[in-house]
Design a protein around this ligand. Sequence first.
Ligand SMILES: Cc1cc2nc3c(=O)[nH]c(=O)nc-3n(C[C@H](O)[C@H](O)[C@H](O)COP(=O)(O)O)c2cc1C
Length: 309
Amino acid sequence: MIRLALAPMQDVTDLAFMRTLLRIGSLPDLFITAYFRSTRTTCAMAEANLRCIQENETGVPILAQLAGSEAAALCRDAEALLQLPVAGINLNAGCPSPLVNRHGAGAGLLREPEHFLEIMQALRGVVPAGLFSVKCRLGWAEADEFTDLLPLLAAGGADEVMVHARTRRQLYGGEPQRDYVTRAVQSLPCPVWGNGDIITMDDAAAWVREAGVAGLLIGRGAVRNPYIFRMLRGGNAPTREEMLHYYMVLTEETDRILHTKRTPAGHCNRMKKYLAFCYPDFSREDEYALRRCKDIDDMRRIFERHAAR
Ligand SMILES: Cc1cc2nc3c(=O)[nH]c(=O)nc-3n(C[C@H](O)[C@H](O)[C@H](O)COP(=O)(O)O)c2cc1C
């Protein structure tokens, strides 16, 4: 049975979204936090990420993800995060943010392969067997870089490798290049997961058929249709009522994580972080209204109008 994970997305696949998946009955097998930024002086223990770990009541294991470029700092922070209820440590070698890459972290690691290897081996040394994974892209500029990265990924000793089948230059657009992931499946000694643009059942089937991956990581597609995990286990596609239920539950759960910090406009803005990936399913009129919305009850009315169309 193919394994399914929710791909990490900063400010999107947060505790509210995890709780929503639990409530709508469509859970993956694995969560991964958005990255904790690890630097020589500090690990920014982002509260939103910590809450995903400490308040995870879904029963689904969660990996703590680290982004950094200093082996000693990453090892220090991995050891600290392993004290929390996490199922392992995941190294981010894919983030395309210029701010992160400027310091050699995220996809920046792919520009310095030898250093990337040192970091993987250092983390391997402190993370117990079975608990170390790497999430990477195909390369910095060209997908062919992946050919040279493969022996390094093997030598890095990760227990699992998750590949977003794009280069850093491609950011989040362009076709994912699944054939490179097939090579990883064939040459790495560990399970390989595939990631990139899984929106439909056909996309998922193509990943399994063509790349032969052991697992699928789904990000934007799961925010747009969170029932995708249920569907991939043989369940039904969501009805309009179920999609309305999803928007309503997410509205409630977002309210819950905002606690005392909430204002109507703040709550709407929080919702818009998820809705950015759902707009293709709304009419232009509803999308326009949602984008301008400053009142959460108005937002609920737009969801109802959308479901009734
Ligand atoms: C808003 C946003 C935030 C993201 N944050 C992270 C992150 O913190 N760590 C990470 O490894 N990938 C991050 N990603 C990348 C996703 O995990 C995933 O690799 C990418 O979106 C491709 O998968 P998809 O087509 O299923 O969305 C982010 C992507 C988006 C769009």
